[in-house]
Design a protein around this ligand. Structure first.
Ligand SMILES: [Zn+2]
Ligand SMILES: [Zn+2]
Length: 408
């Protein structure tokens, strides 16, 4: 698709070369040889994407990025810093200022810069379903299609940044996939809550042991126990022989609660869910896309004393207009009455939430151990029937399935 680019560089040769390559690809290009001119021009005539050099007189590219990010009308502008400076601190400064990407220009040619920019700018996030089961892993012929591993879903951004939601047994399969890629990794593990089925395979997440990788672990503290301590408790040398001190990757922690957070290349909204302890639901917003990972969560029936219209309204808004909602559909409506107060939802309540929120695709998730593939097929058919007449698409991810956001 034809896009409008603004190029900012005080070197006329670089500017001319990049302009030619973008135009050959069929894009519209405006060039600026000064960052102050770019600030004014882009504000008046916003492009889809701005590429800026770092080292320029007047404003440098990082400062230009920071100033553009303060203009609300330009919130969807994709900003890419292309620079001869290759130090990690320069990249971090650019990303901290609000750049969507950073491309070193002296290790690559103009054609590959354009290819990298288009990849960054494109909406090519992919979601991987590595574990969709709740409570405990369940192996055997009855769970081959939808999988028996507990919760782990990955989201990969165009710049390669990885999000791993939860660290159930599924994270071991994700680790195998990542190790085969053989690349240095930058990523975030986003924990919903510290029940076993969501954290107990973090010690087996091999990329944490690889020097050069960088990970942030994000989640909520619990009753005075910090997130870092929660992770360390299961790797105390007794429950697992290796402690976090032996991780080779650079690992940091961020304790969060409800709010809006800048994590990796995305804006992440969080909401505390209806489940024992502090359990966070996540909504990731990136490049105009919204993906929500909301588990574990109980939606009480409307005639129950426990039903809170305020909570349901907030959650409906939280998942509102999401491209994809991955959420707890543990029980059938028939099973649920025997499981009230267990912290998980029945199918019809979830479909109603997704319909009312205007969700585009609902993924049934956190399948209970006793549900076979055939049972999940039946639940999916029930969900499809409940959603008929609306625009909601209902799915259940197959084991290890990957979904590209560009196809949604
Ligand atoms: Zn769970
Ligand atoms: Zn739980």
């Amino acid at each position: 698709m034809r896009k409008r680019f603004a190029l900012v560089d005080d070197d006329p040769n670089v500017l001319g070369m990049l302009k030619t390559v973008f135009e050959l690809e069929g894009h519209e290009v405006t060039t600026y040889s000064s960052s102050l001119a770019a600030l004014e021009g882009v504000t008046q005539n916003p492009p889809d994407c701005l590429l800026t050099d770092i080292m320029m007189p007047e404003l440098d590219g990082t400062e230009l990025t920071r100033r553009l990010r303060q203009i609300p009308a330009l919130k969807d502008l994709c900003i890419v810093v292309v620079s001869g400076k290759v130090y990690a601190t320069d990249k971090q400064r650019a990303l901290d200022a609000g750049a969507n990407g950073f491309i070193p220009k002296n290790r690559t040619n103009p054609e590959s810069i354009v290819a990298e920019v288009l990849a960054l700018f494109s909406d090519t996030m992919s979601i991987g379903f590595w574990g969709t089961r709740g409570t405990m892993p369940m192996s055997g012929p009855q769970t081959l299609r939808y999988g028996g591993n507990t919760a782990c879903v990955s989201l990969t951004f165009p710049d390669g940044h990885l999000f791993a939601f939860d660290a159930g047994t599924g994270i071991y399969a994700l680790a195998g996939h990542l190790m085969k890629l053989g690349k240095k990794l930058t990523g975030t593990v986003l924990l919903s809550h510290p029940h076993w089925d969501h954290i107990n395979f973090l010690p087996f997440f091999t990329p944490l042991f690889v020097p050069g990788n960088q990970f942030e672990i994000v989640g909520a503290d619990q009753d005075g126990v910090s997130l870092e301590q929660l992770v360390a408790n299961q790797m105390d040398g007794m429950h697992f022989p290796i402690t976090p001190r032996e991780w080779g990757a650079r690992v940091s922690y961020r304790s969060i609660s409800e709010g809006v957070h800048e994590i990796g290349p995305a804006q992440v909204h969080t909401m505390l869910l209806c489940h024992p302890g502090n359990c966070l639901g996540y909504r990731v917003e990136f490049a105009g896309r919204k993906i929500a990972y909301v588990t574990d969560n109980e939606l009480f029936p409307e005639d129950s004393d426990m039903h809170s219209p305020t909570y349901v309204k907030r959650l409906t808004e939280f998942v509102g207009d999401c491209d994809i909602l991955i959420t707890d559909t543990s029980y059938t409506d028939e099973e649920y009455p025997k499981r009230i107060g267990w912290g998980h939802s029945a199918l019809s309540r979830v479909v109603k939430l997704a319909k009312e929120g205007g969700v585009k695709q609902l993924y049934l998730f956190h399948h209970v151990p006793e549900h076979t593939d055939d049972d999940i097929d039946k639940m999916l058919n029930q969900a499809l029937a409940l959603a008929s007449g609306s625009n909601l698409v209902c799915k259940a991810a197959e084991a290890l399935e990957t979904v590209s956001l560009s196809s949604v």
